[in-house]
Design a protein around this ligand. Structure first.
Ligand SMILES: Nc1ncnc2c1ncn2[C@@H]1O[C@H](COP(=O)(O)OP(=O)(O)OP(=O)(O)O)[C@@H](O)[C@H]1O
Ligand SMILES: [Mg+2]
Length: 285
């Protein structure tokens, strides 16, 4: 891992399907030890982008480099250094949890003890002997993630890793991802969950209809779009009101304060979802 280089660099890549543009000249970079989020609604182009960056689809135009190699000339050696989790990452259904891990241990020449450690880490230690087709959705997802980590990838692609999972499984996965990040792994994560993106990502891009409409640190994106200060006010009768920073609205608020009607005031800032709606007119979910 050469930490002076970016783990991933994308320069103006586009993808057309039958003359229709699914991705339109997008740019971004991911450093080692960084989680980069790709946040957009269904059909935005998230999976298409992952496929182009992992050699499964050829970009129509533009350049992309993973671990310093042009994705146009990817050879199989690179799969020893990257990990990939998608919704069609299959398991061997007739094999047990441990056997599924062992297939990958052999493939990557990794000791069985690594599989034990990872299964423990994702909470599947007590299910090692269970057949894959007997696992719940959350367990399958955790097994697919454990399997993708067996060779300690330098760059990890995760296509909606927590979609449809219960909150405690999602939290366990988040903790694991933060540990990986701290050990230097670069993580590209797609999601349409803005809370997940806000919590995990160092940088993120908001994508809509194949176009990146905003990118940066989550806090900076919110600050940039927080032009009008707003106040959330709780009244003595538990009624909640929002006042924007303009003189007429503030006069009403002062009147409430003078009449001792106000229980609390908080300044409220937009969420990533609000920013997305403002920029695209669409909701994320
Ligand atoms: N193989 C393909 N052939 C033709 N069109 C495709 C193909 N793959 C994707 N598309 C189109 O490209 C666009 C982006 O699809 P993509 O699967 O990348 O979206 P997504 O952001 O991953 O959505 P979701 O959140 O539902 O997974 C969609 O309009 C889709 O119909
Ligand atoms: Mg997708």
């Amino acid at each position: 891992m050469d930490r002076n280089l970016n783990a991933l660099e994308v320069s103006k890549i586009s993808k057309e399907f039958n003359g229709k543009k699914a991705i339109k000249r997008i740019d971004f970079k991911i450093k080692y030890g960084e989680i980069f989020g790709f946040l957009g609604p269904s059909g935005a182009g998230k999976t298409t982008t992952i496929k182009m960056l992992t050699g499964q689809l050829k970009p129509s135009t533009g350049e992309a480099y993973i671990l310093g190699k042009n994705v146009k000339n990817i050879n199989t050696n690179i799969y020893g250094k990257i990990g990939l989790v998608t919704d069609n990452s299959g398991l061997y259904d007739r094999l047990t949890v441990m056997e599924n891990m062992q297939v990958y241990c052999k493939l990557h020449n990794v000791k069985k003890e690594e599989a034990d450690k990872l299964l423990e880490r994702v909470g599947l230690k007590d299910h090692k002997k269970k057949r894959a087709d007997k696992l719940s959705k959350g367990m399958r997802q955790r097994l697919i993630l454990a399997r993708a980590l067996i060779h300690k990838p330098e760059l990890l692609f995760l296509d909606e890793p927590t979609s449809g999972l219960d909150p405690s499984t999602s939290i366990a996965i988040h903790e694991l991802l933060l540990e990986l990040k701290n050990s230097g792994t670069a993580i590209f994560l797609t999601t349409h969950n803005m809370e997940e993106a806000y919590k995990l990502c160092d940088n993120l891009a908001l994508i809509n209809e194949g176009v990146i409409v905003e990118q940066g640190r989550p806090k900076d994106i919110i600050l940039k779009h927080n032009q009008k200060q707003a106040f959330q006010v709780l009244l003595d009768n538990d009624e909640s009101l929002v006042f924007e920073e303009d003189s007429k609205e503030l006069e009403t608020l002062f009147e409430l304060i003078r009449n001792r009607r106000v229980a609390s005031i908080h300044s409220s800032e937009p969420t990533l979802e609000d920013v997305f709606i403002k920029l695209t007119g669409r909701v994320l979910q």
